[in-house]
Ligand binder design. Structure first.
Ligand code: NAP
Ligand code: MG
Length: 520
């Protein structure tokens, strides 16, 4: 299986190289991209530097007016042609993600296909918004004879991507930018640059030069430079809270739009009124362990009413025992290894510290034959109980297939614990008593609180996604994503220049009563 996927991958995809104004510049420094399942080399990334970033921004700025002014339906057709071209190679790109990130193939396919669907949705949305919103005659529009509100593209948009879901998360900004007529400079994460770069290069062939530019490079160099750049009008970032702070500070120097999708430490609160059914357990397991715990809004801590604690731990542990851990290309594997060595080391450290603090650490799951436990970043899906509510594993983001479970006695206590961190991405409340669940949900500090679910499908397109507190700034999904790459442009019209606005009579007397003073 692995060999098949390797065989289908094109050689040119093995090098993530910069794309600037349709050209591939010479780059001297490269880094190895490894497969986290084996430690083997998958490809290389040709590191762009500050000069490349400047050239890419200049190209995006040059391409912008032409791209913006293409009629919306025509631009939409070009973007859709680019999407169709990627559709034809979607499975190969997914295999490439599996190789560089380690996530199982069907998760990687979701990354690619979800992004294509997002672009199509954005093209349709922008077409619907093309005329602008007619606010003529509405309260608050005074005596204006017509009022129109449009979304106009901001100009050059920088997108700094993460390694966990390298395509979909960057497309949260790329899709609306392309559809709306903004131009792009994309910096993939050096740990997973191959599939995103290959995909953007494939799309760029169908678009005018300079609309999509790609600068794989170090975040502290190229990413920082893009965030600071005066000609970048909006910067979109997905990654850690610490980097988000640096980007917001860099962007402040010349006032640009900033969208930050940052870390999370999502709580799941299982209420006293919850019945611990098989379906509740299945949803919880998916919420905790999908993508090896490396989704920004995975469940990262469970609070359960003490009366339900033992039953939940027993049933959850039994379910987790059935999770198969293996190579991304093993069709039996539910989850793969952790994507990065740093993440792996951190997960092991957290487990050691939990053990040292006296917690019960149950390493569960099934090791598939395909999982090379000595070479890869493999961690068993792990359930931790008997852990203090203020342990780092509870209060910080683990980004690993490890779930701590903490009992509570009152709803009040659960709410306090759930809100106790600097994070506020998503959250969930679990009970078949929906009134009880909603009453608790209303008091959780988070961008979203789901009830009886907590995974990708729960975040529905019509509800904005994003974080409160240190989990981010701005929202994604449809119109919310579009707002980040566009500015509102109001056109407020009066049928003729006449005394329509309050106060004009005073100015008319100025014109009528006084002869003009001769200029000296
Ligand atoms: P990270 O270190 O912040 O890296 C993310 C990106 O930022 C990479 O492309 C990185 O470049 C770049 N970068 C690093 N320093 C920079 C700087 N000073 N200026 C500009 N760019 C810079 O994040 P990570 O630790 O790899 O990713 C995991 C975190 O992302 C977790 O906390 C997770 O919760 C969060 N995340 C959030 C969401 C969400 O939607 N809210 C989604 C996914 C992940 P390099 O290539 O050099 O690393
Ligand atoms: Mg990093």
């Amino acid at each position: 299986m692995t060999n098949d996927a390797h065989a289908r991958l094109r050689d040119e995809w093995r090098l993530a190289a910069p794309l600037i104004d349709g050209f591939t510049p010479e780059v001297t420094e490269t880094l190895v991209v490894t497969n986290p399942a084996t430690g083997a080399q998958v490809g290389r990334v040709a590191l762009a530097d500050v000069r490349h970033a400047d050239e890419a921004v200049a190209a995006a700025v040059r391409a912008f007016p032409g791209w913006r002014d293409i009629p919306t339906t025509e631009r939409g057709a070009m973007v859709l042609a680019a999407v169709d071209a990627v559709e034809a190679i979607a499975d190969e790109l997914a295999a490439l993600i599996s190789l560089e990130v380690g996530k199982v193939l069907h998760e990687a396919q979701g990354d690619v296909r979800g992004s294509l669907a997002m672009v199509r949705g954005m093209v349709q949305l922008v077409a619907e918004l093309e005329a602008g919103e007619d606010r003529t005659g509405l309260p608050g529009t005074g005596q204006a004879s017509f009022v129109r509100l449009r979304h106009v593209p901001v100009g050059a948009v920088a997108v700094i991507g993460p390694w966990n879901t390298p395509i979909f998360l960057t497309f949260n900004a790329i899709a609306p930018a392309l559809a709306a007529g903004a131009t792009l400079v994309v910096k993939p994460a050096v740990e997973a640059p191959l599939a995103l770069t290959a995909m953007l290069r494939a799309m760029a062939e169908h678009l005018p030069d300079g609309v999509i530019n790609v600068v794989p490079g170090r975040g502290s160099v190229v990413g920082q430079h893009l965030a600071e750049h005066p000609d970048v009008r909006a910067v979109s970032f997905t990654g850690s809270t610490g980097t988000g702070r640096r980007i917001a500070a860099a962007a402040a120097a010349n006032i640009k739009k900033v969208a930050l999708e940052l870390g999370g430490n999502d709580p799941a609160v299982v209420l006293e009124s919850a019945e611990i059914t098989d379906s509740l357990i299945a949803e919880l397991v998916a919420g905790c362990f999908a993508m090896t715990g490396q989704i920004c809004f995975n469940i990262k801590r469970i609070y359960v009413h003490r009366s339900r604690h033992d039953e939940l731990v027993e049933k959850l542990s039994a379910a987790v025992s059935r999770i198969v851990v293996g190579d991304a290309f093993d069709p039996d594997a539910h989850i793969g290894p952790l994507a990065t060595r740093d993440g792996y080391d951190n997960a092991l450290r957290l487990l050691d510290e939990a053990r040292a603090a006296g917690a019960v650490v149950r390493e569960l799951g099934i090791r598939a034959d395909s999982a090379d436990w000595t070479a890869g970043n493999y961690i068993a899906p792990t359930v931790v109980t008997g852990i203090a509510a203020d342990h780092e594993l509870v209060l910080d983001e683990q980004f690993a297939p490890i779930i701590p479970i903490v009992p509570f006695d009152t709803d009040e206590e659960a709410i306090v614990e759930a809100n106790r961190t600097e994070f506020g991405l998503a959250s969930s409340i679990w009970s078949q008593d929906l009134r009880h669940a909603e009453a608790v949900a209303r008091r959780i500090e988070a961008g979203n609180t789901f009830i009886n679910a907590h995974r990708l499908g729960a975040s529905v397109p019509l509800v904005p996604f994003g974080g409160v507190k240190q989990s981010g700034l701005g929202r994604t999904h449809l119109l919310y994503s579009l707002e980040h790459v566009t500015d509102e442009h109001g056109i407020v019209g009066f049928s003729h220049p006449a005394a329509q606005l309050p106060g004009i009579t005073r100015w008319q007397t100025v014109l009528a009563d006084h002869p003009a003073k001769e200029n000296v």
